[in-house]
Design a protein around this ligand. Structure first.
Ligand SMILES: Nc1nc2c(ncn2[C@@H]2O[C@H](COP(=O)(O)OP(=O)(O)OP(=O)(O)O)[C@@H](O)[C@H]2O)c(=O)[nH]1
Ligand SMILES: [Mg+2]
Length: 295
């Protein structure tokens, strides 16, 4: 049985969480077209008849301008140690940029096989340029593999899995076959709400929103979930609530559908918004967010 740990790293928005979800065929990590969606390390366990691969989705790495971002970067870098393979993902539709180079320089001398994943090939029109890009990129580091793929369209994921397995040891399964992740169901439920906020408010609000499940009660037929949305300023609270509560209602409806799909049960969801000024600078919130390392 081929078993091991595989880290997915790269700049924000390149498609790391989308890849995790596609590989696991479950929506485990939230995704959005805004940078900095993922804030925690999310472990997803892939099982098939001859392998168990533990994928680690990480926050996108970029030049930090805030304490929060520094912590996110650190989390991502830490997860490039002690793994069997590093998947270094770039958005090849955008092209390989300075930010990608910055990350590559930090990981390339580790004694771990690095796969360069060229994501979003489904929207690359100029296939000849793609071949040229591959030719230019192959000398940047001793990549074990260079794999063009589409995480959202699930193109070439079988090739990726085969190449990963070639780099794993033969061992017993590390986790039970029915285990899916390290994060709690409560965390995933809160993330579904945060995803809808990112999706529905677009660039209107920055990433100063956090969601917590305050109540989670399950009975035979249904699940009652209460989610608290914490924001920094009253004007953000207003945006999220929307006219006569319309946006908050839409956020709730969409999040509920994801929750029901994940839990396989009817969900009664209640959401409410609270303003807490400067919460990002407060230690306790970092702790609550799980952004601080547990030394
Ligand atoms: N066209 C296309 N879009 C993709 C593909 N993979 C991901 N996306 C889109 O790219 C955006 C970012 O995807 P995410 O998976 O959230 O990216 P991420 O790397 O996890 O981002 P952070 O968590 O911010 O670091 C989303 O809008 C996805 O739908 C792909 O293969 N093709
Ligand atoms: Mg992500």
């Amino acid at each position: 049985m081929k078993c091991g740990f595989v880290s997915i790293v790269g700049r924000p928005n390149v498609g790391k969480s989308t890849l995790l979800n596609s590989l696991l065929e479950t929506k485990l990590a939230i995704t959005s077209n805004v940078s900095g969606t993922t804030r925690n390390i999310i472990q997803g366990i892939y099982n098939d008849k001859d392998s168990q691969i533990i994928f680690l989705d990480t926050p996108g790495i970029h030049k930090p301008i805030h304490k929060l971002e520094n912590l996110l970067n650190k989390k991502a870098y830490d997860k490039t140690d002690g793994v069997d393979v590093i998947l270094f993902m770039v958005d090849i539709a955008k092209g390989f940029g300075k930010g990608d180079k910055f990350i590559l320089d930090k990981i390339k001398d580790k004694d771990i096989p690095i796969f360069l994943l060229l994501n979003k090939v489904d929207i690359v029109k100029d296939k000849e340029k793609l071949l040229k890009d591959i030719d230019n990129l192959k000398d940047l580091a001793p990549f074990k593999e260079i794999i063009p793929l589409s995480a959202s369209k699930k193109n070439n994921l079988d090739v990726l899995l085969t190449c990963i397995k070639e780099n794993l040891d033969d061992t017993e399964r590390i986790y039970d076959e029915d285990e899916l992740t390290n994060v709690s169901t409560r965390f995933i439920m809160a993330e579904f709400v945060r995803e809808k906020i990112l999706e529905l408010t677009k660039d209107e609000i920055p990433h100063t929103v956090s969601c917590y499940v305050e109540n989670f009660k399950e009975d035979k037929e249904c699940v009652h979930i209460q989610v608290l949305i914490v924001v920094e300023r009253d004007n953000i609270k207003k945006i999220i609530i929307g006219k006569n509560g319309s946006l908050l209602k839409e956020i709730g409806t969409k999040a509920r559908l994801d929750m029901e799909k994940f839990l396989g049960k009817k969900v009664y969801l209640e959401t409410y918004v609270k303003t807490l000024k400067n919460w990002r600078d407060e230690e306790k919130y970092f702790l609550e967010l799980g952004l601080k390392d547990d030394e």
